[in-house]
Design a protein around this ligand. Structure first.
Ligand SMILES: [Zn+2]
Length: 342
């Protein structure tokens, strides 16, 4: 990456209203069959163009072809019954109706690889592709087969590794694993969570990232955040293990959150995607606010390892708010770039 402070987004971006109900999660598709296939591709093109116009350096599909960042991947696996649903508590926070693992899981064919190829054809910019992490996947399911969170996570890690290798072959530059569950199940992260993640990236030559956040700006998450006290020190328990792992990049939440920025010291040496845009508010950050978050992070992250980013995905926001936030991210990064080069 030659650009200093290359900007990117954590993942999802809002979908056009003709494709899915805006400002909602798990929003059902409005099109069907061939129209849906075309509609998803058109939305991907629009999302890419919006990132480019905002000056984003590492672009993505904006997750336009998936309904949900975890379940869409799971839907393509065998061994999971989507008719047989159970209500579980996701990340100890909110209840959701989820599918059941009824047999050994397998990936009969690639899931996102055609979409990644499609994105690759649209741009010469570096592209990042997000997959759910093994621990977040097991937390979004009811397991009636393995009866062991750890066993199921290792199985998913194998399938994720197959998908990641195919994405790499399709020309993806950075493969990111979304692991919000790392912020909740600290003992498991240290016992086997990071190890499973390393299984998922085994043999990859492209760059790899893990995204750990405090979630979308939905009520269940904002209520949870109120219980976390004046300092959010969750990262403290998982960063030491991640610092020693083979993961190249750590994507985390900074701006507008109560994460003490000095926790970045614990991952010294890693590349860091610093969340400088709050996704839990419609208030647009000023470029100076973004710059100030980046300057703070620069005390703990070398300039050539700092990647300005959003705190999390922006799917539940309106398109206009998301566009303005992307532009603010770019403008803030520009300010700090100039300072670094002065
Ligand atoms: Zn996130």
């Amino acid at each position: 990456m030659k650009t200093l402070l290359p900007t990117s987004t954590a993942g999802s971006l809002p979908k056009p209203a003709w494709l899915a109900q805006p400002e909602a999660l798990w929003s059902p598709w409005k099109l069907q069959g061939e129209e849906l296939v075309d509609g998803k591709h058109d939305a991907l093109r629009v999302s890419l163009q919006e990132q480019q116009q905002a000056g984003i350096d590492i672009v993505s599909d904006g997750e336009q072809t998936r309904q949900h960042f975890v379940t869409t991947f799971i839907e393509h696996l065998s061994g999971v019954d989507f008719e047989n649903r159970k209500t579980v508590k996701i990340r100890n926070r909110y209840e959701a109706s989820v599918p059941t693992v009824v047999a050994a899981v397998a990936r009969p064919k690639p899931v996102f690889v055609d979409d990644a190829r499609f994105l690759r054809k649209q741009t010469k910019q570096p592209i990042k592709w997000a997959l759910p992490g093994p621990m977040t996947m097991i937390d979004t399911l009811y397991d009636d087969h393995y009866k062991s969170r750890e066993k199921l996570a290792w199985e998913f890690a194998k399938l994720l590794n197959q998908e990641a290798k195919d994405l790499e072959a399709a020309g993806v530059d950075i493969i990111q694993f979304d692991e919000p569950a790392f912020n909740v199940f600290f003992d498991e992260v240290n016992e086997w969570g990071v190890a499973c993640l390393e299984r998922a990236i085994e043999g990859l030559k492209c760059e790899t990232a893990v995204h750990i956040c405090y979630g979308y700006g939905i009520k269940a998450n904002t209520d949870w955040k109120k219980t976390l006290g004046s300092e959010w020190r969750q990262y403290e328990t998982v960063f030491p293990k991640l610092q020693k792992s083979n993961i190249d990049i750590i994507s985390l939440e900074c701006h507008g959150s109560r994460v003490p920025v000095e926790l970045l010291e614990l991952i010294r040496g890693k590349k860091v995607m610093v969340g400088a845009i709050d996704v839990a508010t419609n208030t647009i950050e000023t470029p100076e606010e973004v710059a100030s978050t980046l300057r703070e992070a620069l005390k703990f992250v070398d300039a050539d390892k700092l990647y300005p980013c959003t705190n999390c995905g922006m799917a539940p926001l309106s398109r206009v708010v998301a566009r303005k936030k992307l532009s603010a991210l770019n403008a803030g990064a520009q300010i700090v770039r100039k300072e670094l080069l002065a």
